[in-house]
Write a protein that binds this ligand. Structure first.
Ligand code: AMP
Length: 587
């Protein structure tokens, strides 16, 4: 079958791409060389915040615009590299004055406002571990993450604290300090909290950045699996080598670029590429406080001369809904590269980019555990719409089949499906799941890290996403563990069992749908269904809660008692039910 290809021609380039020839770049690549492009610390140390901020602030990029923040009205506040260096020094001093040590975990729960960025980088300067939380989480996901992560410090806003955290405080024994960012001038902070701004104002401008070892933990990112609690993926300072390399090679970032990553730092993309990577390059990054709104977004691209834009399929689909004509009304001469991540990017969306912006979207693939982009469509490489692209230089990717004994068979044939696997050893590979050694070990077979995604590779080495090998749900680019949803529903006294699956949605990719069965003496009713929807939304927050709930007499289980989510999904989608030989007979 002939494949559609978008050809790249050198006369189209406004700037010579950092990666000009894919094969040559792979051949000549070494992580040692990438490491040399960074500063490092005395004696072989490495600190992400030094590479992102201080090395520029100490040089001729001190006055260069590092961060332009847009408030709700669209008004800009600018921070140069020098400003960012001083403010993050101050926050590091705040932590030190509070007695927060190297390796201790500092969490942030906040909308996209400057204190979030100051917290992230100041925490790294102090050698502490930064852990972002998504502001649309409800109390349940927040509690599990704060307690698994043994948060010592939480930076949040007054209103998020009152709405979501205050009631949890007694059950978080490790949480010693809560620093609140004021939402309005009148409010008086609750007694057991501190004022973020007051502490920052009182702190000194100078701070000797902690000389962290490359293998010291720096970031903790929670992700979800099919079963069990959320997993805290640990990343180390060495990850910055991959952040920098992938920003150069996969996003084609240059120091003169204005870069806009639309992801929220509550998720890994918003930290790796919404904070760290563009700063390591010395570029200018745009942060918008508001959520998607097409005219606002196109206005930002135009008014702030965004040259490289990193967004997500859900956002692209929302833009498509509003039509290419609207986008074409905005003159965007600065825009030269557009990329997308987080979910499958349909070929129509890649092509729509050309229609609306005269540029294609470049899909790329990675996940929380990989810490940085692993597979990408590069600026200089022909695009096959619908494909995730090719592995980055320094990354070896393949497709495997798991054998019963835990080993893997490499699938060499083109176009055969299998699990996507990566050869271990790249700098931003996660170094563990916090307190869960067994779950970490289960991700590897010999030298291969098994991603949990199904993919195939074509005869020219392009990778194509097929689906997930497990039951996790991707909704609006956010990974949701079914177990977390089911546990919240099980809290209701009427619920006997619960199962959550993802069902297709034209904009969000998937939305969560839950099935429950009731305990004896409880009858299904519309009122109960609505009550369950409301409970889930209250406990889990809008990012995680199911949009639909169905009440069934009982749910299909295997004879060993596991609910068969796959069967529910097959029935929901009208697909073949597959092997049901282990199905319990009462179903
Ligand atoms: P997260 O760890 O939350 O970043 O989610 C990672 C998962 O998102 C991957 O394992 C994939 O299932 C999915 N994903 C990320 N990027 C892509 C992509 N370009 N195409 C298809 N799925 C993707």
């Amino acid at each position: 079958m002939p494949r559609q290809t978008i050809r790249k021609q050198s006369e189209d380039w406004e700037l010579i791409p950092n990666l000009l020839d894919y094969d040559a770049a792979r051949r000549n690549f070494s992580w040692e060389h990438e490491r040399e492009l960074l500063d490092g610390m005395p004696g072989g140390g490495l600190n992400i915040a030094h590479e992102a901020v201080d090395r520029h602030a100490a040089g001729d990029r001190c006055e260069h615009l590092a961060l332009r923040w847009l408030d709700r009205s669209g008004e800009a506040t600018d921070f140069s590299y020098g400003d960012l260096s001083r403010l993050t020094n101050r926050f590091a001093n705040v932590l030190r004055n509070l007695g927060v040590k190297k390796g201790e975990r500092v969490f942030a729960l906040s909308e996209r406002i400057p204190p979030l960025y100051i917290t992230a980088l100041g925490t790294l300067k102090n050698g502490s571990v930064f852990c972002p939380l998504f502001s649309a989480f409800g109390p349940e996901p927040l509690h599990s993450r704060l307690s698994i992560g043994e948060a010592k410090v939480l930076v949040t806003t007054e209103s998020l604290y009152r709405r979501k955290v205050a009631a949890l405080r007694d059950s978080l024994p490790h949480l010693q300090h809560v620093l609140l960012v004021r939402d309005s001038a009148q409010e008086k902070h609750p007694d057991d909290t501190l004022d973020f701004q007051q502490l920052l104002d009182a702190a000194a401008d100078e701070f000797p950045v902690c000389n962290t070892n490359p293998e010291d933990p720096a970031l903790l990112h929670f992700t979800s699996g099919t079963t069990g609690k959320p997993k805290g993926a640990i990343h180390v300072h060495e990850a910055v080598v991959a952040h920098h390399a992938s920003a150069r090679l996969a996003l084609d970032l240059h120091p003169q670029d204005v870069f806009w990553c639309t992801a929220d730092p509550g998720w890994v993309t918003g930290t790796s590429y919404g904070i760290i990577a563009p700063l390591t390059i010395g570029a200018t990054m745009i942060v918008d406080r508001q959520e998607f709104e097409p005219e606002r977004w196109y206005g930002i691209l135009r008014d702030h001369m965004v040259s490289v834009w990193y967004t997500a399929p859900t956002a692209v689909r929302m833009m498509m809904k509003h039509g290419a004509e609207l986008a074409r009304k905005f003159q965007l001469p600065a825009l030269r590269f557009m990329a997308s991540v987080g979910e499958p990017l349909n070929p129509e969306a890649v092509l729509w980019g050309e229609e609306a912006f005269e540029l294609p979207f470049h899909d790329n693939w990675w996940q929380t555990e990989t810490g940085g982009i692993m597979i990408a469509n590069f600026a200089s490489m022909d695009i096959r719409p619908g494909s995730m692209g090719k592995p980055l230089p320094g990354i070896e990717a393949t497709v495997v089949r798991r054998r019963e004994d835990g080993s893997v068979e490499l699938i060499e044939d083109a176009d055969r499906e299998g699990e996507l696997a990566l050869k271990r050893g790249w700098p931003s590979m996660f170094r563990g799941y916090l307190h869960e050694e067994e779950r970490y070990r289960a991700c590897f077979s010999g030298d291969w890290y098994l991603t949990g995604d199904l993919a195939r590779r074509d005869e020219d080495g392009y990778f194509w996403f097929v689906g997930r090998a497990d039951d996790v749900i991707k909704s609006s680019g956010h990974l949701i563990g079914p177990f977390e949803v089911e546990s919240a529903l099980m809290e209701h006294p009427a619920v006997a069992e619960a199962a959550a699956i993802g069902v297709p949605d034209p904009i969000a990719g998937e939305v969560v749908k839950a099935f429950v069965s009731l305990k004896p003496a409880h009858q299904p009713s519309e009122a109960l269904r609505t009550e369950l929807l409301a409970l889930a939304r209250r406990r889990l927050g809008p990012a995680v809660a199911p949009r639909q709930i169905e009440i069934h007499d009982n749910l299909p289980r295997t004879r060993s008692g596991k609910i068969m989510r796959r069967l529910l999904k097959a029935r929901e989608l009208g697909l073949p039910e597959g092997d049901t030989s282990t199905l319990e007979s009462r179903e």
